[in-house]
Design a protein around this ligand. Structure first.
Ligand SMILES: [Zn+2]
Length: 837
């Protein structure tokens, strides 16, 4: 690939310089021994900056982005001087091996790329400390081992994926502990306050976000990841402090997309780790707890992208402080935790160095197979409602993952209809086609296939995420490779014509909800139609937004600007007289009062659930939201509040008679409560009108079961792990029948796919609106335990109760789970802007 002589000469010169150079260790640079205290993020950044200045021939440092709170996100590249000088060539060659770059064939006789990611969970702090030591030993000219390894590896280090979370923890810990850290686990420095440092600024778990990329940290990092496509990715974590170290091989269930080679090489890496841990007499475990299934982890995502992805877990976490006495009486210190992460990092690099040839060939094979054979049973996923604005969010997500899509070149096709659950013929003309014959083919299979095979249900996370359900898009899974033409993006050039009377805006997805929020922010007066109507021979759906010229004279330019920016469908009108349906002066046309919205947050509230709503309003709807701590609730004035959102949590005031009565009075006077998940359960248990279904028959049956244990029921001791699973809903997709004549369901067809994560079922409301109900056999995908499978039917999942002049909206499932459950965002928006207007 290159001229050897030139390179050898170049190598000789640069290694002369490297030998002449030296670098301070983290201890020397920081002025304290690593592990004696926590290092704030800026000092980690300083060390990396110092290192690149000291050793520029063998290290490169890039800032690839910034966190919500403005902290830098860094990638360090460490290579031999020779490889660093041709780093761009190495990167391109690597992309050629994947088929992402197609200008020429790739060469497997090349350095392997090892990507080490530290501190994705901010309060699992030892790993970023270890990152400094790893960097130092890779650079340290006196370390001959690492110099040998670097000959055929390029190391990419992300010293801290989640700097905002890390500093939240480190700053707090530093304030709470004295000169002498306290190993007593009851002392305050071991008990982190709400919301904790695990998550990012908006309380998102970044190790659940890889595929979805809802967060800025992920978006910016994945852009880099897809430019490199490493052979190995290691993700460093901490777990409860009593646990020994965990490294690969991972636990079951493995997704069926994991290849035999990926499984094998996890074992190879694990065995080398074991060798060093054995030498030190350290305890560890493998093959348990940490599975390979859900696609948005730091191990599975790289695996579905052809790499060996691995999770490493050190005992410690936030409760470990910087020193702690564990159950066996030993003291676990931050220094120990750093030593373990450092050792497994080094051992991983060594294993890659020793297996370069095989690793590179297998990596290349993974992508050649995708290119030649596609992946899985279904080779093409076809999205047929291409004109829906819902498709925008999907395309953004596919782009973020480097997934290529095309347009169908045929019209007659046959495939599995996601919405009917049947094999059907359909018209594919103009549809969006996502093929598995591409470098991201495995990821495509994992994200799109209608049902994911689950070998063992004891997983760590949800078991269903098939994208057509997540995005609410009509789709088909087709077994053949389809003829396609390149996708041509629609040119957005919405011209908003002058109007004598006003405008109509189609309302069918979260895109239009964002537009509505923009109009309300600009104090534009907006109405919506409660029923379908016809004007100039064109039918408009209920929910259509109506913006009249009268009253908005000075705001029409702002209206046009927002419509152009957000690409919504606008129709200019010259009359309020409808050919069929209600005229705009009718009581069936509702004026939208701009609501003041409060989100309850803080202690007792599920931080992630609150974070989702916060992110939705702040970053997506761009609509004002007031965050109030649930603890302060009895002290606040409800007078100027229109909407209170209760995310998943446990609210003291709901169980308090006096406060409950005050809240009811507020609703009667026109207030609106949006209760989600456990807030719904709690209201059901406290006489708010919505009732949990009591399964009397089932209870009787259970009693009988308790009395008589048959031989078939007795279990072996070794089966104890799986007993709980029978009552488990690990996160499964259910089809709800929707009453889309209710404003809560405007923009939806008469069904909606919900992610169900518990076994709760609610009684049909007699005096309210059963907007989303589960009939019999409504499970579409995912795992549900045998014990509660029969319970999830014939009940309400989404309900609305009119209460005096106000209303209560019950959303028993999380409609915006991790903010990747795209299709539920409209539901929450409708609850805020439409219901009760
Ligand atoms: Zn973790």
């Amino acid at each position: 690939m290159y001229k050897k002589i030139v390179v050898l000469l170049f190598f000789a010169c640069t290694s002369y310089f490297s030998i002449a150079q030296s670098i301070k260790s983290p201890d020397e640079f920081l002025g304290y021994p690593l592990g004696s205290k926590y290092t704030p993020h800026f000092k980690i950044v300083n060390y990396f900056k110092y290192a690149v200045a000291a050793m520029p021939q063998v290290m490169k440092l890039d800032q690839y982005g910034e966190t919500n709170e403005g902290r830098p996100l860094l990638l360090a590249y460490v290579a031999t001087a020779e490889n660093l000088a041709r780093l761009e060539d190495i990167r391109k060659n690597n992309l050629r091996l994947t088929g992402i770059l197609t200008d020429q064939p790739g060469n497997t006789d090349a350095p392997a790329i090892v990507w080490l990611s530290y501190n994705v969970h901010g309060n699992e702090t030892s790993s970023s400390e270890a990152a400094m030591k790893v960097l130092y030993e890779l650079l340290n000219p006196a370390n001959s081992n690492t110099k040998e390894w670097l000959k055929n590896t390029v190391i990419i280090i992300d010293p801290c994926i989640n700097p905002d979370g890390r500093d939240r923890y480190v700053n707090w810990f530093t304030q709470m502990s004295g000169k002498n850290a306290n190993p007593d686990r009851q002392s305050r420095e071991h008990v982190e306050p709400w919301p904790g440092g695990r998550t990012n600024h908006y309380n998102f778990d970044l190790n659940r976000d890889w595929a979805w990329q809802t967060q800025v940290e992920t978006q910016q990092r994945l852009k880099m990841y897809n430019q490199w496509m490493p052979q190995v990715h290691s993700d460093y974590h901490e777990q409860g402090f009593n646990n020994p170290y965990y490294f690969a091989p991972a636990a079951q269930p493995y997704h069926e997309a994991v290849t035999p080679w990926q499984k094998d090489f996890q074992v190879t890496i694990g065995k080398n780790n074991a060798k060093y841990f054995d030498e030190n007499g350290w305890l560890y475990f493998t093959k348990e707890v940490f599975d390979l299934f859900y696609p948005a982890y730091g191990d599975t995502y790289p695996i579905y992208n052809g790499a060996i992805g691995m999770t490493f877990e050190q005992g410690g976490g936030p409760r470990g402080g910087s020193t702690v006495i564990i159950n066996n009486g030993d003291t676990l210190t931050l220094k120990d935790r750093i030593a373990h992460h450092f050792t497994s990092s080094m051992s991983t690099i060594e294993t890659v160095n020793k297996n370069n040839e095989k690793l590179m060939k297998e990596f290349s094979k993974f992508f050649t197979s995708e290119k030649n054979n596609g992946v899985g049973e279904y080779k093409s996923f076809v999205i047929s409602d291409v004109n829906s604005t819902r498709i925008n969010a999907l395309k953004k997500m596919l782009d973020g993952n480097g997934i290529v899509y095309s347009t169908a070149a045929i019209s007659n096709a046959k495939g599995y209809n996601y919405f009917s659950g049947k094999e059907e013929t359909f018209n594919a003309a103009g549809s969006l086609v996502i093929s598995t014959y591409q470098p991201k083919g495995t990821l495509v299979k994992v994200l799109f296939e209608p049902k994911t095979k689950l070998a063992d249900s004891a997983t760590y996370d949800i078991t269903a995420w098939s994208l057509p359900y997540v995005y609410g898009l009509q789709a088909y899974a087709v077994k053949e490779k389809m003829a396609v033409t390149p996708y041509i993006a629609k040119i957005i050039n919405t011209v908003i014509p002058e109007t004598s009377y006003g405008y109509l805006v189609n309302y069918s997805s979260f895109e239009e909800a964002k537009f509505l929020a923009a109009l309300l922010n600009a104090d534009i007066k907006v109405r919506f139609a409660e029923k379908d109507f016809t004007l100039n021979g064109k039918k408009f759906q209920r929910g259509t937004l109506i913006v009249l010229k009268k009253g908005n004279e000075s705001k029409l330019a702002a209206f046009a600007a927002a419509a152009q920016k957000m690409d919504v469908s606008v129709t200019a009108i010259s009359t309020g007289f409808m050919e069929s349906g209600n005229d705009f002066g009718s009581s069936k046309t509702h004026f939208i009062r701009k609501p003041k919205v409060v989100l309850l947050t803080g202690k007792g509230v599920d931080a992630s659930a609150a974070g989702e709503v916060w992110h939705l309003f702040d970053q997506q709807l761009n609509y004002p939201l007031t965050l109030i701590n649930a603890d302060d609730f009895d002290n606040i004035s409800l007078k100027n509040i229109d909407v209170i959102i209760l995310p998943n949590g446990n609210y003291k005031f709901l169980s308090d008679k006096e406060q409950g009565a005050a809240l009811k009075t507020w609703v009667k006077q026109g207030g609106k409560i949006i209760a989600i998940e456990n807030a719904v359960t709690q209201m059901a248990n406290n006489d708010w009108g919505f009732k949990l279904k009591k399964e009397e028959d089932e209870k009787d049956k259970d009693k009988k079961d308790e009395q008589k244990v048959s031989y078939a029921d007795i279990k072996l001791f070794e089966e104890n792990e799986h007993d709980g699973i029978k009552s488990n809903v690990a996160g499964a997709i259910y089809k709800l029948d929707m009453d889309n004549s209710h404003p809560l369901a405007f923009g939806y067809p008469n069904y909606y796919f919900t992610l169900k994560q518990d076994g709760n079922m609610y009684e049909f409301l007699k005096d309210g609106w059963n907007v989303g109900v589960i009939k019999k056999d409504s499970k579409v995908a995912g795992f549900v335990g045998s014990r509660i499978k029969d319970k999830i039917k014939d009940g309400t999942s989404i309900g609305v109760q009119d209460f005096g002049q106000g209303s209560i909206i019950y959303l028993s499932d999380d409609p915006i789970f991790r903010c990747f459950w795209e299709n539920g965002k409209l539901l929450l928006s409708n609850a805020v802007f439409f219901v009760g207007q």
